[in-house]
Design a protein around this ligand. Structure first.
Ligand code: FES
Length: 162
């Protein structure tokens, strides 16, 4: 199942060899990404669906309410438009010009992993709520924003505190 998802991305030509290597390294987490597509592209259908990986993680550490990400390994977050869903930690991480972290638990009905990013906004496919990358509700049925977490960067290490 997981392998099929990765393969389906390959068939669409959306992942290059480096990306596949990254996915191999990033196991233990379901990671979604928007790579190489501008965050500020408008009027286009630039939706990315989840990619599940099944190997050991590298570059991401979850320790209780603290998540650390090594940006020298998880390079996608270094440029605007890169994003991840860290399923185990129920956390979305996005670079929309600056790096932000949000809960992945949708405020409508608590779905936590059916996210995509389209035209610079997160969409929960459980019932279609759309949120800005700041977590604000753009389209319901959700009525409450996603909680933002504190982020700090020290060198290559991004620390998220929930
Ligand atoms: S749980 Fe996200 S829209 Fe319903």
């Amino acid at each position: 199942m997981k392998k099929e998802l990765i393969n389906s991305k390959n068939q669409k030509g959306q992942l290059n060899i480096e990306r596949r290597e990254f996915l191999k390294k990033a196991g233990g987490f379901a990671i979604m990404g928007l790579f190489g597509t501008s965050f500020f592209t408008s009027c286009s259908d630039d939706t990315e669906d989840p990619i599940n990986v099944d190997s050991n993680s590298e570059g991401i550490n979850v320790n209780g309410d603290i998540i650390t990400i090594d940006l020298s390994i998880i390079e996608e977050l270094n440029s605007s438009g890169g994003w991840l869903l860290i399923t185990e930690a129920q956390t979305l991480v996005v670079n929309d010009g600056s790096i932000k972290a949000l809960t992945s638990v949708c405020t409508h009905s608590n779905c936590d992993r059916n996210w995509s990013l389209s035209n610079g906004n997160f969409r929960c496919s459980c019932h279609g709520s759309i949120f800005s990358t700041d977590g604000e509700v753009i389209t319901g049925p959700a009525t409450r924003p996603l909680t933002q977490f504190d982020v700090s960067i020290d060198g290559d290490i991004l620390t998220i505190t929930k």
